[in-house]
Design a binder for this molecule. Sequence first.
Ligand code: FAD
Length: 404
Amino acid sequence: MNKKTDIIVVGGGPCGSYAAYTAVKHGAEVTVCEEHEEVGGPRHCAGHLNISSLKRLGIRVPQNVIENIIKGAVFISPSGKQFVLRCRDPVTYVVNRELFDKQMAEVAMQSGVDYRFKSRVKSLVLDSGSVKGVALQGEKLKANIVIDAEGCSSKLLKQTGLKGLKSGMVARGIQAEVDGFEGIEEDMVEVYFGRNVAPGFFAWIIPRKDGTAKVGLATRAGNPQEYLHRFMKKHPVASERLKKSNLTYTSVHPIPMEGPLPRTVSSGFLAVGDAASQVKPTTGGGVIFGLTCAQIAGKVASEAVDVQDFSETFLSGYQRRWKQVAGFELNTMLRMRKMLDSLSDRRLDNVIGLCSRLGVNNVLEKAGDLDFQGRSLISVAKYPGTAAVISYFIFSWLTSTTRQ
Ligand SMILES: Cc1cc2nc3c(=O)[nH]c(=O)nc-3n(C[C@H](O)[C@H](O)[C@H](O)COP(=O)(O)OP(=O)(O)OC[C@H]3O[C@@H](n4cnc5c(N)ncnc54)[C@H](O)[C@@H]3O)c2cc1C
């Protein structure tokens, strides 16, 4: 084995880079192993990120990374009913994920993180049940701690004996780009529901400032390419928006939907981001919660380096802290996802129609952080309009004939 480093991070995605950056800032020596020859590709994500959450994390997004600034969303029901939620102030950035990931890595490198590109980690190196490094093609790297930020496969995590992602709870997401759109306000995204549109998920159209758009969907059943083709060509609303546009890019990638993994640490090992399923089960958004947990992982790993304690007991501090910050939220969103899954198209039509009729957009604007949907739900539940919608939602779930 080569020289030992304090921490090896597997994967140079946003969560890997942010964990590495945080650990280096706290004095640890960190190497990131990334399988590709550079970070950011192939781009698979819509890059729709909440501005206030990025600020809370202290992440500055340069202008050239921002493709658009969004003030709200139009929710379109299976039968075409629309509910418009427009806020006064900007709510989200649409970022170019390739440039965003590069920027995160650049900041980490400038802070002293060492990146090894074209370095695919084949397995963990274990000694008496503790992780002691990683094995690459023809080479082993020693470390006191490995942070697994490999994304949705969670292969390494399973090697430690921890439970990985359940295959039945992984959606297949398709992210496409088109060269134009019509009839969408430039600062609004459109979200489409329906079992024939995207079973177990939703479809989206996200305009960019340059007149192009990101179009995508995810599904837990069937072929995402076929659903995308049907969405763009046959959906009564979306096909009108996209009738003159051509596809310029597509990519398919998994999205973990089961809520966070219960155990994310073992001796000498921490898992973050998609590898730990720290993804919102309602929307599939994994960047903000992944970064939130990666920051905690970087801190706890560097604290372990300070005291030279790499035991599971010490590293469990990571698990405790991320659960305090994100556990309630992710688990509430998992319940919301299960409720949504159980609603028939007719009930979804009713929910969206009800939101529109009761004017709950004014209330939802006060909801606060879009990422912390559990807390937001509690804060708006006292208003009569939203209380009615939530009650109908729960009633529909309880009485749903499709519930398993
Ligand atoms: C269609 C789609 C749309 C999405 N839209 C959004 C959105 O709008 N907003 C949002 O917040 N989230 C979105 N997501 C989810 C988001 O993309 C992920 O949650 C996020 O990328 C997770 O970051 P990560 O760093 O954990 O993993 P990743 O971004 O997957 O990065 C993992 C990195 O590890 C590398 N790697 C993997 N295995 C190895 C190995 N063995 N050795 C070395 N390197 C390795 C990979 O090459 C990659 O660079 C979307 C996902 C999909 C599929």
